[in-house]
Design a protein around this ligand. Structure first.
Ligand code: FES
Length: 249
């Protein structure tokens, strides 16, 4: 009779099933983030992201400083870039995929000493909360742009672009408002949620953020792709590839 000690059989078989595919997630992350980064860079250097009444999310808020030959997108790019780079979910994704520390569960780390986020540049990840504050302001501008996408020279209208812009800002809101730092901000540092009306309000806010937070990774990917798709759509309009189908009252 053989007595086996160690991992329970169910977990062991899960790991055995999973292990041959451990590379799938890092490969996906490297491919998707690299593709998005390259696309975003080329979209931002175009210096044009507006096809009336649609403004590309890469260019919002639209800041123009006369005399400076810099694309307006670069004045705001640091906000979403910093927010996503320091996001808890993306940290996990790029630590596993780009840095291999470790690339997956039950897979060995790359050789070398893991120093975590105690030194430059990764210690800067501790600024995530501050990126959140600025991102909330940018999110307000994106909502303004999405609402303005239904205004066609003073008349209410609905175009395919209006729908795309609205969907984009909803996905970005789901991602931003499900932030771990926001969850801690609205629900942390309190001992009793039922002791006052303000505390009860904070509990409701915390529950709402927690609901979004449950699918934070999904919101992260969906909102990243929606930003690219919105920009691609607007870029097609700018270059006259097709006209925006719309109804205007
Ligand atoms: S943790 Fe992901 S946006 Fe804050």
């Amino acid at each position: 009779m053989t007595v086996e000690v160690g991992r329970p059989p169910a977990l062991r078989s899960q790991l055995n099933l999973w292990k041959p595919l451990w590379w799938a997630y890092p490969t996906w992350v490297v491919t998707a983030l690299s593709a998005f980064g390259i696309y975003a860079f080329f979209a931002m250097i175009q210096k044009a992201g507006f096809a009336y009444p649609y403004l590309s999310p890469f260019y919002s808020p639209h800041i123009v400083i006369s005399g400076l030959p810099i694309s307006p997108a670069f004045y705001v790019a640091w906000v979403p870039l910093g927010f996503r780079l320091t996001c808890y979910y993306y940290r996990k994704a790029y630590f596993r995929s780009f840095l291999w520390e470790p690339p997956a569960c039950a897979v060995a780390d790359r050789p070398g000493r893991y120093t975590g986020e105690t030194r430059l540049p990764f210690v800067l990840n501790n600024f995530h909360r501050y990126f959140l504050y600025v991102t909330l302001v940018v999110l307000g501008f994106l909502w303004y742009d999405a609402i303005r996408a239904f205004d066609f020279h003073g008349h209410f209208g609905i175009g395919v672009g209006s729908g795309i812009m609205l969907l984009n800002v909803v996905l970005l809101s789901g991602y931003t408002l499900g932030c771990h730092a926001l969850r801690s901000l609205v629900g942390g540092g309190i001992d009793c949620y039922s002791c006052s009306l303000a505390a009860q309000g904070r509990h409701r806010a915390w529950s709402g953020v927690s609901l979004l937070n449950n699918r934070h990774a999904l919101w992260a990917w969906a909102s990243m792709f929606s930003v690219a798709i919105t920009d691609i759509y607007i870029r097609f309009l700018i270059h006259g590839v097709f006209a925006d189908p719309r109804w205007v009252s």
